[in-house]
Design a protein around this ligand. Structure first.
Ligand code: NAP
Length: 252
């Protein structure tokens, strides 16, 4: 008999940036585990919606631009209006800007910090208020290898993802006693739009592959199992953890 502690039936999960990439992979994995899914996107997420509904659960779309905190409270209230509750928040939406540190612009700093860190925090706050009032929930923030490492030519991305690691621990400290588990997943090199430039660069692509013990780029679906675990009762004593899903990158 399968272990029911991984079953998410009857729970409602909100996944940001779910129209593509890792967000789509996570939304589909949570749906497969039984959760109803609220997808936020700024572009048509109907492909993800169809993939989610194929698992026999409900899907609801909230259109939102996460470059500012304006939609944070609306996203949570629309989720509760649609499905009556919010049990799981996956803060996945994120962007990256590449330039030498000597040339890096304030615009590239602010855009990345706003979406990857500021909006992430205020969406945690809106969801956390709802979860605290309803006995608890699970929050999963999407971190990065650059939560642990420095990277190169991605100053604001490294700052934002290092911040995501710190915030995840702070929120775990404040909210664990309220029944809210706050953890993060740090994906390794995953083949998505976010990494298209690296995949297209022959030299960087080879260098990256040489360092990954698994010998391949990750697939968005590779992140889904970690999200199901962290969202489930199986992880109820896991707090403030940053779970690397990286094909062994950090071990090398
Ligand atoms: P992606 O395919 O580019 O997906 C990013 C998602 O975020 C998209 O749905 C995108 O929407 C959404 N988004 C970005 N800015 C937004 C905004 N202002 N408003 C609403 N939605 C917005 O890249 P990904 O690789 O799946 O990235 C997902 C997360 O994983 C990010 O936080 C990224 O930093 C993180 N990550 C990725 C890797 C990797 O190797 N790929 C590694 C570590 C961490 P649009 O499609 O409309 O742009």
């Amino acid at each position: 008999m399968p272990d029911s502690s991984f079953d998410l039936s009857g729970r409602v999960a909100l996944v940001t940036g779910a129209n593509t990439g890792i967000g789509q992979g996570i939304a589909v994995a949570l749906a497969k585990a039984g959760a109803d899914i609220v997808l936020t996107a700024r572009r048509d997420p109907s492909e993800t919606r169809e993939l989610v509904e194929a698992h026999g659960v409900r899907a609801h779309v909230v259109m939102a631009d996460l470059s500012s905190t304006d939609p944070c409270e609306r996203i949570v209230s629309e989720t509760v209006d649609a499905f009556g509750r919010l049990d799981i928040l996956v803060n996945n939406a994120g962007i990256i800007r590449r330039n030498d540190a000597l040339e890096f612009t304030e615009d590239d700093w602010d855009a990345v910090m706003d979406t990857n860190l500021k909006v992430l925090f205020f969406l945690c706050q809106s969801a956390g208020r709802q979860m605290a009032a309803n006995g608890g929930g699970s929050i999963i923030n999407i971190a990065s290898m650059l939560t642990f490492q420095g990277g190169i030519r991605v100053a604001s991305y490294t700052a934002s993802k290092s911040g995501v690691g710190g915030l995840t621990k702070l929120l775990a400290n404040e909210w664990a006693a309220k029944g809210i588990n706050v953890n993060a997943i740090a994906p390794g090199y995953i083949a998505t739009n976010n990494t298209a430039a690296l995949q297209a660069d022959e030299v960087r692509n080879r260098q990256i592959l040489e360092r990954i013990p698994a010998g391949r780029w990750g697939d968005p679906g590779d992140i889904g199992g970690a999200a199901v675990f962290l969202a489930s009762d199986a992880a109820k004593y896991v707090q403030g953890h940053i779970l690397a899903v990286d094909g062994g990158w950090l071990a090398r």
